[in-house]
Ligand binder design. Structure first.
Ligand SMILES: C[S@@+](CC[C@H](N)C(=O)[O-])C[C@H]1O[C@@H](n2cnc3c(N)ncnc32)[C@H](O)[C@@H]1O
Length: 301
């Protein structure tokens, strides 16, 4: 989930979420990506909305061969953050570009073999995403976008893995979840954000452009050891829900947040926050245009 209640993004928030992001990514996408990289000898990776470089720190050690990364973000403080310098050995070069994705960011796509991003797509508009897909297709590059929030927020009793525990339902969980999801659709600088619909919309747009796509769940499963992150989420969800509701609901929302802070403080909880990872590959990754009707494309699953 791209917490969008702080602009610019807080490096503390990004560092809190980084270990959870990394363990939540579906391993099943890696062999597909790795094999495409090997076959086509890709080296040029563009990371859009890079923040302090979390995506580089995850993927850099997993992609084969020597890699030259370009990280684009409009926030100079995040690009200069001390954690930015850590990268895997096989990363040959890292080029940090301060730039706005809306105006300049898409131009770097023309140089890419692989365009990637994490916790970005739910911030963007459909119009921007269409431009991104077009830029990727023109460059003939692959796309991999991780950790796009999908709208699910579910609490479970106990410390199970969140997939089999008993649901822990508060009467106002749904009121807050709906408000948070509506808040996610607000403008984050790219026009009206796709929010929780972004993963599915991106999959459809890449498919239409001739890509084979995989969209896999990458849910955060938070437990006692993630209490700080969970507390920040509840505080942010409270603010978002208050923003989206009239004063009549304010007491209910604040009481919900107090109860959920209590759930976390008691130390035995499971909280699932749904995300999705998208991989989009071309059968023939050479520069091209959107497929004409007669063009043969690999069917998407
Ligand atoms: C949720 S953070 C994710 C950061 C990083 N990818 C990660 O996974 O930790 C979203 C990032 O997008 C950047 N961003 C948002 N809007 C942008 C824009 N219009 N141009 C460039 N970067 C932008 C923010 O500065 C922030 O670093």
């Amino acid at each position: 989930m791209a917490s969008n209640f702080r602009a610019p993004f807080d490096p503390v928030w990004l560092s809190l979420r980084e270990p959870v992001d990394h363990r939540s990514r579906p391993a099943a996408l890696l062999p597909l990506l790795e094999s495409a990289c090997r076959i086509h000898q890709w080296s040029k990776v563009m990371d859009l909305g890079s923040g302090t470089g979390s995506n580089l720190r995850y993927l850099g050690s997993k992609l084969p061969g020597s890699q030259d990364w370009t990280l684009v973000d409009h926030d100079a403080d995040l690009l200069n953050h001390p954690s930015s310098v850590e990268a895997a050995e096989r990363v040959r070069s890292v080029h940090w570009v301060q730039g706005d994705l809306v105006d300049q960011g898409l131009t770097v796509v023309a140089q890419a073999h692989l365009v990637t991003g994490s916790a970005l797509l739910d911030l963007v508009s459909r119009e921007w995403l269409e431009r991104l897909v077009k830029a990727c297709r023109s460059a003939g590059c692959a796309a991999h976008f991780a950790l796009t929030y999908d709208g699910e927020i579910r609490w479970f009793a106990g410390v199970g893995d969140g997939s089999n525990g008993d649901p822990d339902v508060d009467p106002d969980d749904e009121l807050v979840r709906q408000a948070v999801n509506a808040h996610q659709r607000g403008d984050k600088g790219f026009g009206p954000a796709l929010g929780p619909t972004a993963g599915l919309v991106a999959k459809a747009l890449f498919q239409t452009a001739g890509y084979r796509t995989w969209l896999l769940p990458s849910p955060w499963r938070l437990h006692t050891e993630d209490s700080r992150l969970a507390q920040v989420l509840v505080n942010d969800w409270e603010k978002a829900a208050l923003d989206m509701n009239d004063v009549d609901h304010a007491h209910r929302i604040q009481a919900w947040a107090d109860r959920r802070r209590g759930t976390i403080d008691r130390g035995v909880f499971s909280l699932n926050v749904g995300h999705q990872d998208l991989l989009a590959l071309l059968a023939d990754p050479s520069p091209g245009t959107l497929p004409r009707k007669e063009r043969k494309c690999i069917p998407s699953p």
